[in-house]
Design a protein around this ligand. Structure first.
Ligand code: HEM
Length: 210
């Protein structure tokens, strides 16, 4: 599935919530990461309705190990972020992952023993936004994934990570887009740094999912 072709939005001049044309940060992110998205999509294999339970558990463990690193870093960067629309605490994913892994029979002791994934340093807001773009974007494809997995009795209760916001996925994605566009504005250095961090985050996901 080509995420680069999906999710298009209109151009309304002067409105920071919608696309601002070719230089728009959301468009740049989508274009720059389209190949990386396709690679991650291919290596998770979650579009296969017959994915084995063991492989599915490995995939969820990889997500857990990634969020184990990302979540505290994002807490530090966005805990008191100026724009309340971001609602970072409402975007936490570790709780859902722990719940899903529990449903898959992974014990708390096993979880505690898991090493965190290797994720590049993230010490400023631009880098945080790059990572957030990737982790929040996963909730878009997540809707499709949850639909496939819903037919699998052996995975019942084990995919809340992909549907963390219920019917609010679209709204939450629009909110993130608005916050990101407002924060980047016309600052080229910020835009570059966000795109670089998003690519690095996708690479970390790809490495952890192999
Ligand atoms: C089999 C797995 C996946 C499928 C089938 C899939 C599919 C999709 C689809 C259809 C969209 C567009 C949704 C829309 O426009 O409403 C999308 C967007 C996105 N996905 Fe995935 N996805 C998958 C896995 C992932 C994962 C694991 C990540 C992150 C690590 C991810 C990150 C993103 C991002 C960042 C976007 C937003 C693209 C944009 O800027 O519009 N996806 N995905």
């Amino acid at each position: 599935m080509d995420a680069s072709a999906a999710n298009s939005d209109s151009v309304i001049a002067g409105d920071p919530t919608t696309s601002l044309g070719d230089g728009d940060i959301m468009l740049r992110l989508r274009r720059a990461t389209a190949m990386a998205h396709a690679r991650v999509e291919a290596c998770v294999g979650l579009d296969n309705p017959d994915i084995s339970q063991a492989r599915y558990r490995d995939v969820m463990i990889a997500f857990y190990r990634l969020h184990l690193v990302l979540e505290p870093r994002l807490d530090a960067l966005f805990g008191e972020f100026e724009d309340p629309l971001l609602d970072w605490p409402g975007r936490h994913k570790l709780g859902s992952l722990i719940q899903d892994l529990h449903a898959l029979g992974v014990t708390p002791d096993t979880l505690t023993a898991l090493p965190a994934a290797a994720v590049p340093a993230m010490d400023d807001v631009a880098a945080g936004f790059g990572a957030l773009y990737v982790t929040e974007g996963a909730t878009l494809g997540g809707q499709l994934i949850a639909r496939y997995l819903g037919a699998r009795a052996d995975l019942a209760g084990a995919y809340s990570y992909f549907t963390p916001y219920g019917d609010q996925v679209g709204r939450r994605w629009r909110d993130l887009r608005m916050v990101l566009r407002r924060w980047v504005g016309t600052d080229e250095a910020r835009a570059e740094a966000v795109v670089t961090a998003a690519l690095a985050t996708f690479l970390a996901f790809e490495a952890a999912l192999h």
